[in-house]
Design a protein around this ligand. Structure first.
Ligand code: KIV
Length: 271
C-alpha cells in the first residue's frame, strides 16, 4: 500500500512516512513544464531542477557557471508543469556559500519561483546555513559525496568516502545536516555499503542516491542520462532506460518501477 494520495501535493510528512515504511522515493531532474508533467504522470515523486542544466541544457562542461537567473527561469518552467510532485530548486555555485543571509535570500527567490525545497552542496560546514534556512521556513535537501560544484577543488568526478577518513567525514557530515534540519540528502558517488550505513543512521532525513548503491531511501538520475540523450562518456551509475523501452513515457515508468522495486541501481551501477 502507498501512503500517497493522488489528490494533493506531496509534503515533507509524506516523504518521512515513506522512509519509515521503506517505500523508495523516485526523483528525476526536470528543466521544463512538459517533462515535469510527464515525469509526474509516470510516477516520479520529486522533480529536481538541478544545476546539471549547465551540462545538459546549456552544453557547458561543468555546473560552475550556472546563475540564479538560470535557476529561477527553469524552476518557474517546471513548477508550471508539476502538481503533485515536490519541486526542488538547486542553489547554484556562489549563491549560498558567502553567508547564511545570502543563502536564505537566494533560497527565497527559488521558492517564489515555485520550488518547495532548495538543494545546496556541502557537509557539516553548511549545517549552520541549513539550520538558518529551515528555521525560517525553507525546506532543505543537502548534497554530499561528489559535489559537482567543487569539481575543481576535488580534482575530478571521483568516488568519495573510500578511505577511512573520507568515510568518517561523510558520516559526520550526514549527522550534522540531519541535526540542522535537512529533510533530504543526495549522496553522489559514494560506496554502496557506506551509503547503506548513512541511510540506516539517518532517522528523519531521506537519503537519495546517485551512484550510491541500492540501500538509499530513494534514487535520482539526470533526465538526459535516463533517456540516453546526453552525448559523451557515461558514468558507471547511469542507466539508459530508453534502450529497453519504446517511448519516453515507458522509459520513465520503467525507471520509477525499478527504483520502487529496489532493482535500480544494480551492482553494475554501484561502487
Ligand atoms: O544538478 C543535479 O542534477 C544534481 C543531481 C546530479 C543530483 O545535483
Amino acid at each position: 500500500m502507498s501512503y500517497l494520495s493522488d489528490a494533493k501535493p506531496l509534503s515533507l510528512n509524506d516523504f518521512r512516512k515513506m522512509k519509515a515504511a521503506g517505500e523508495k522515493l523516485a526523483m528525476v531532474t526536470a528543466y521544463d513544464a512538459s517533462f515535469a508533467q510527464l515525469l509526474e504522470a509516470e510516477g516520479a515523486e520529486i522533480l529536481l531542477v538541478g544545476d546539471s542544466l549547465g551540462n545538459v541544457v546549456q552544453g557547458r562542461d561543468s555546473t560552475v557557471a550556472v546563475t540564479m537567473r538560470d535557476m529561477v527561469y527553469h524552476v518557474e518552467c517546471v513548477a508550471r508543469g508539476a502538481r503533485r510532485a515536490m519541486v526542488i530548486g538547486d542553489l547554484p555555485f556562489g549563491s549560498y556559500q558567502e553567508s547564511r543571509e545570502q543563502a536564505l535570500r537566494n533560497a527565497c527567490q527559488l521558492m517564489a519561483a515555485g520550488a518547495r525545497m532548495v538543494k545546496l552542496e556541502g557537509g557539516a560546514f553548511m549545517a549552520e546555513t541549513v539550520a538558518f534556512m529551515v528555521e525560517r521556513g525553507v525546506p532543505v535537501c543537502a548534497h554530499i559525496g561528489l559535489t559537482p560544484q567543487s569539481v575543481h577543488q576535488l580534482g575530478g568526478y571521483r568516488v568519495q568516502g573510500r578511505t577511512d577518513a573520507g568515510a568518517r567525514q561523510l558520516k559526520a557530515d550526514a549527522l550534522a545536516l540531519e541535526q540542522a534540519g535537512a529533510s533530504m540528502v543526495v549522496l553522489e558517488m559514494v560506496p554502496a555499503s557506506l551509503a547503506g550505513e548513512l541511510t540506516a543512521a539517518a532517522k528523519t532525513m531521506a537519503t537519495i542516491g546517485i551512484g550510491a548503491g541500492p540501500l538509499c531511501d530513494g534514487q535520482v538520475l539526470v533526465l538526459h542520462d535516463m533517456l540516453g540523450v546526453y552525448p559523451g562518456k557515461k558514468a558507471r551509475f547511469q542507466k539508459d532506460f530508453m534502450a529497453e523501452n519504446g517511448s519516453i513515457a515507458a522509459a520513465i515508468a520503467a525507471y520509477v518501477k525499478a527504483v520502487k522495486a529496489g532493482q535500480f541501481p544494480a551492482a553494475e551501477h554501484s561502487y
